[in-house]
Design a protein around this ligand. Structure first.
Ligand code: SF4
Length: 400
């Protein structure tokens, strides 16, 4: 199989906040230690909704990458790049647009949702309709088989899988496929060739999934195959044509439970955020003045942590002993809200201090960030070009 790869992107919409950190970045930091990861700035995606106001994008891009680095994304482990610096994304998007039924795009659940939510913008554009396809091109071009998504984005991954299947079905049937596959089997060597045939029969005649898995593992290990032959044999194993685009899988991630300062979802548009790398004093002040259980009007009123946004911070930041102290103290009016907020202030400050420290070298010398991104774009582009060669070949656009 192709190397396991994680792909995830973020739109450059300005400074990031704790909602982004707990909802996305912490997960990226974990994933980068487990898989080869590609993290990209989705600047073209930002244009699908903000095409009439592109000015803020450039600064937002660099601020956002510094926030990623501050959060612990490590360029020695993960590839960081900007979508528009890898123009192959646009090429694949265009080529796939030729074979994508309009109805598939119109049925993407977020299409109507977003149009209604962002009613103040005119989103009856070709770019907005096509953004799920651009997203699919982002994934398919890296043959990323692991895409971290929340439950609400699963339909996007399924849409991408359907597109890959449609593409492979349409263009994977090269002339003489069967003969080429037979030739490729010989290159496995006699023992492996025999096993491959056996696994293929197990899967195709008996529907045995283990046969399929074993066949894929065998191909993964076979050093003697060219890229093209390997793809042929994956396709032949499954009974299809050459596998050009890889169907991605979803890595389901839990939605962040990080509330804003007013208990609603943390979001810049609600003005209830704590930004990453925020200075200590304003940050402490924000938490000191944040809303609590409305039933606790006076210090002597008992409260209920479940109705208080501060409690959600304790869930994320405090240990069990502190959480027990909060529950008992709140319900018995034994502690005041300011007292209750103090451990949260300390924990958030500690986390932010580490982020500020990590960000400092990049703020002192912005060329470091530029060069990390330039390296990342080079690496990403090489991978994207590999896929595009196969895609152009399959679609008769190689002109060699
Ligand atoms: S004591 Fe803590 S949990 Fe209870 S209402 Fe005050 S801030 Fe919220």
């Amino acid at each position: 199989m192709f190397a396991e790869r994680v792909l995830s992107g973020m739109r450059p919409t300005g400074r990031l906040h704790l909602g982004h950190y707990h909802g996305v970045l912490k997960n990226w930091v974990k994933l980068q230690a487990e898989y080869p990861c590609l993290f990209f700035v989705a600047d073209w995606h930002a244009l699908t909704t903000d095409y009439d106001n592109p000015k803020g994008i450039e600064n937002s891009v660099w601020d956002m990458v510094v926030d990623w680095l501050a959060a612990g994304v490590d360029p020695s482990q993960a590839t960081i790049f900007i979508q528009s610096r890898v123009p192959e994304h646009a090429e694949l998007h265009l080529l796939m647009s030729m074979m994508t039924p309009l109805g598939w795009l119109e049925r993407v659940p977020t299409y109507k949702d977003q149009q209604e939510k962002l009613a103040s913008k005119d989103l009856s554009t070709y770019g907005f309709l096509g953004y799920p396809l651009l997203m699919s091109a982002d994934i398919l071009i890296y043959r990323a088989d692991k895409v971290p998504v929340g439950e609400d984005q699963l339909p996007h991954v399924e849409f991408t899988r359907e597109l890959a299947r449609r593409f492979n079905h349409m263009y994977g049937r090269e002339p003489g496929f069967e003969e080429k596959a037979r030739e490729a089997i010989k290159k496995l060597g006699s023992k492996r060739a025999r096993l491959y045939e056996e696994f293929r029969t197990r899967f195709q005649q008996n529907g045995d999934d283990e046969g399929l898995a074993l066949g894929k593992a065998l191909l993964e290990e076979a050093q003697s195959l060219s890229h093209g032959d390997r793809e042929r044999l994956y396709g032949y194993l499954e009974g299809g044509g050459k596998m050009i685009l890889v169907e991605p899988g979803a890595l389901l991630t839990e939605a962040s439970r990080m509330p804003g300062l007013d208990g609603q979802k943390m979001s810049k548009s609600y003005g209830n955020t704590i930004f990453l790398r925020e200075e200590a004093e304003p940050l402490a002040k924000k938490i000191r003045t944040m809303q609590t259980d409305p039933a606790r009007v006076r210090r002597t009123d008992a409260g209920d942590p479940e109705r208080c946004p501060v409690w959600q911070f304790h869930v994320l930041y405090s240990d069990e002993t502190t959480r027990n102290w909060v529950t008992q103290g709140c319900k018995s009016a034994g502690i005041g809200c300011l007292e209750c907020k103090q451990p949260v202030i300390e924990a958030v400050l500690k986390e932010q201090e580490a982020m500020r420290e990590r960000a400092q070298p990049y703020l002192d010398d912005p060329s470091l960030v530029r060069s990390i991104v330039a390296d990342g774009c080079d690496k990403a582009r090489k991978l994207a070009q590999e896929t595009m060669r196969e895609v152009r070949d399959a679609m008769g656009l190689s002109y060699s």
